[in-house]
Ligand binder design. Structure first.
Ligand code: AMO
Length: 389
């Protein structure tokens, strides 16, 4: 704030000149419009009071334009979040979540919340976080997978959940964190993977459009760059991608290098950064016991991943809704059905065909902003090395 000579008490100058940056002051006075002022408003104070004085030196500059390492920024995240450019990412995040919720509700989904303290994981033992639950072993939920399926058995037609998911992810990469926000959907009476993809891409596009409008209304600069993708997104069967790399039927997932090459070649052909990789081979989805194998070709599933560039943003597909094949899948995955009693009961008394997806909200933000590190999309990210602040 600039105080003009003659209009203000000179004691204020001394006060403000010695007050450390980032202190909180309470100013009383009146605002008047002024074409000369940067924001068109000039403020005429009548009283100034220091509310809290910031300590010096600041561990992190808020207004300086010097480059600071991400680690230092995250160590002092509260100060970092005061920077307008950092806060704008969280306005985008909020607008996007709001856009998704609106789109889900418009299309007949209801919002649900499922337990995050579980007896059993669904996405493989390696990334489970154990918790001591009154002397028993429990785990933090890696995804709402089992519960969203159980709700299909409970007669819910379309559900979504936007909630925390935890993975003891030892890999130290720019796209893995240990606590992320999973945006899950489950739809009853659907068997065709293509139908699931159409719903997913439609909602994605509506959510982005609605976020863009909300951000334009508050003059957030992300409104300029946010564009809903042109639909339908390209679809590339896994076997086709493998053939391109001359490794047909290798029975393993794509490497990061292959994902990069695939994204580039799809972009060259279609101009789209978004694409679906479809029809994952059963050999790769062995651990994904709930993924339905195709009736006409048990070597393939209807499972797909949604990519932005080489970043996997979502995965989903039709589920196995019949008890016998589900038990066989559990056995192939090396899992003991005794650990899944509550889940399996839902399949005993009438379960409709169903399918859905799980989408990483933080990855989606990373895709839309181009931020190099997923940690920047979360207020207080958690990774193998970071539990504080
Ligand atoms: P999946 O394990 O592929 O599928 O996870 C779904 C999406 O969640 C995001 N994600 C992560 N984001 C940040 N850090 C991580 N460590 C991390 N792990 C996963 C990704 C990913 O695409 N139950 C199935 C979904 C389903 O079939 O409905 C599941 O969890 O964006």
């Amino acid at each position: 704030m600039i105080l003009k000579k003659g209009t203000a008490d000179p004691a204020w100058f001394d006060l403000l000149a010695t007050l450390p940056r980032e202190s909180i002051v309470r100013v009383e006075g009146s605002a008047r419009s002024s074409p000369k002022a940067a924001k068109g408003i000039e403020f005429h104070p009548t009283a100034i009071r220091v509310v809290t004085r910031a300590e010096t030196p600041l561990p992190l500059g808020v207004v300086d334009r010097v480059h600071v390492e991400l680690d230092t920024r995250l160590n002092h995240r509260v100060l970092d979040l005061r920077k307008p450019a950092v806060r704008e990412v969280f306005e985008l995040r909020s607008a996007l979540l709001h856009g998704w919720r609106e789109a889900f509700i418009r299309h007949g989904f209801i919002e649900v919340e499922t337990p995050k303290l579980l007896r059993q994981g669904a996405e493989g033992g390696a990334t489970l976080f154990p918790v001591d639950y009154f002397g028993q072993r429990a785990y933090l939920a890696q995804s709402p997978q089992l519960y969203k399926q159980m709700l299909m058995g409970a007669g819910f037609e379309r559900v979504f959940e936007i909630g925390p998911a935890f993975r003891a992810e030892p890999s130290d990469t720019v796209r893995h964190i240990t606590e992320f926000t999973s945006l899950d959907a489950e739809i009853a009476s659907i068997e065709d993977a293509e139908e699931i993809r159409r719903i997913l891409e439609g909602l994605l596009s509506e959510a982005i459009e609605s976020a863009r409008n909300a951000l334009a209304a508050i003059t957030n600069p992300w409104a300029e760059t946010l564009r809903p993708p042109a639909l339908p997104l390209p679809r590339v069967p896994f076997a086709e991608a493998e053939a391109e790399f001359g490794r047909a039927g290798a029975g393993r997932d794509l490497t990061t290098e292959e994902e990069k090459r695939l994204a580039e070649s799809i972009h060259d052909r279609t101009r789209s950064a978004w694409f679906f990789l479809t029809d994952f081979p059963t050999a790769i989805k062995q651990g994904t016991f709930y993924a339905r194998r195709r009736d006409d070709d048990p070597g393939r599933t209807g499972y797909f991943d949604l990519y932005f560039g080489h970043l996997e943003v979502a995965s989903g597909g039709p589920r196995e809704h019949r008890l016998e094949p589900l038990l066989a899948n559990l056995a192939t995955a090396g899992l003991d059905p005794a650990g899944f009693t509550g889940y399996l009961e839902a399949f005993r008394y009438g379960m409709p065909p169903h399918g859905g997806w799980g989408l990483g909200v933080d990855r989606l933000l990373q895709a839309l902003t181009g931020l190099p590190n997923i940690r920047e999309t979360r207020l207080f990210p958690r990774d193998r090395w970071r539990l504080d602040p």
